[in-house]
Design a protein around this ligand. Sequence first.
Ligand SMILES: [Zn+2]
Length: 258
Amino acid sequence: MPERAFAQLRFYEELNDFLPEALRKRDIEVPIDRSRSVKDAIESLGVPHPEVDLILVDGKSVGFEHLLRGGERVSVYPMFERLDISPLNRLRPRPLRDPRFIADVHLGKLARHLRMAGFDVLWANDWDDDFIVARSAGERRTILTRDKGMLRRSDVERGYFVRATESEAQLGEVLSALQLEARVEPFTRCRECNSLLEDVAKAEVEERLPPKVRGFYERFKRCPGCRRIYWEGTHFARMRGVMQRSLRRSSGATPSDG
Ligand SMILES: [Zn+2]
């Protein structure tokens, strides 16, 4: 009987979140019987493929279907790793040029926060996984989920596993991990129904405003979808605070970081 073949896999940065403690940040021997796709080897360790953006086999970038035969060294990098890998092949076009999302049923608060930050996020509390996956594929939306199992499905192409559990921390995490800070546009989208807001003259909405708001604010927007009226009140101020904190955290040691 021939000797059993192995490949050495190593995962970088936040891909280690998916591995048991003992396997993090070290070489892992994965048995290769006959031949095995690199995608299959990666997923056998519990790392969902949508989180992976770059695979190097013996220093050369390969696609998911690349076959391992044993003896290779495999380096696996996360989707949103900030290394400059532009000369190498990413596994898919640079993600999130037009960031659009679909959030799983447990992330309703995060969906609302992201809408407040101006991002297009679909969410409903009664969508099942099949629906979310199909809609993600059809509309090229990135799935946001706390369910690693969903990201392991072979029909999922774009997905991000949200690590934080508290909704404001989740917002900061997503803005930072997906490098969305520069695209934040507060006060542009309805937090309840995801429609783009329209400017509306104060005179047109005045009678629907609480007296305090009528006295304090001059700038208003209206949702064409659900007719809600928005003004830059305390909720927006709080959201700006959350986003600024997240910006500061993720900008690291840039010169502008005071
Ligand atoms: Zn609305």
